[in-house]
Write a new protein. Structure first.
Length: 113
């Protein structure tokens, strides 16, 4: 009986360690993006109302908060944003709406595959 309990505790301990390691060391997100980069689309937006240094941060966070958006870059000087996104998971309208809801009207200027 003792041997059975010891073996069960060891097996459960090893399983727990594996689960812990998997959550501690998630797969590299860069690898995930590279694998799916063939499916990503790029869209550029003219963004209005950016008047200070924190405005681009707010716009980027709002756009990146949309499921399916992988990366957003903001150019404060030209008042533009470029988003890399999965067209199977979101649309340019949803990305624009997220920025607009944050207080920064975003108008689609260019979209490419």
């Amino acid at each position: 009986m003792k041997k059975t309990m010891i073996v069960a505790v060891v097996i459960l301990g090893l399983a727990g360690a594996g689960i812990w390691a998997a959550t501690l060391f998630p797969p590299n997100s860069d690898e995930r993006v590279q694998q799916n980069s063939a499916h990503l689309q790029s869209a550029s937006f003219a963004v209005e109302n950016m008047t200070c240094a924190t405005c681009p941060i707010t716009v980027r966070r709002a756009m990146e908060g949309v499921a399916g958006v992988h990366e957003v870059t903001i150019d404060y000087e030209t008042r533009t944003a470029t988003a890399q996104f999965d067209p199977e998971r979101t649309t340019t309208s949803a990305i624009s709406a997220a920025s607009t809801e944050a207080g920064y009207l975003a108008i689609l200027t260019e979209s490419t595959l």
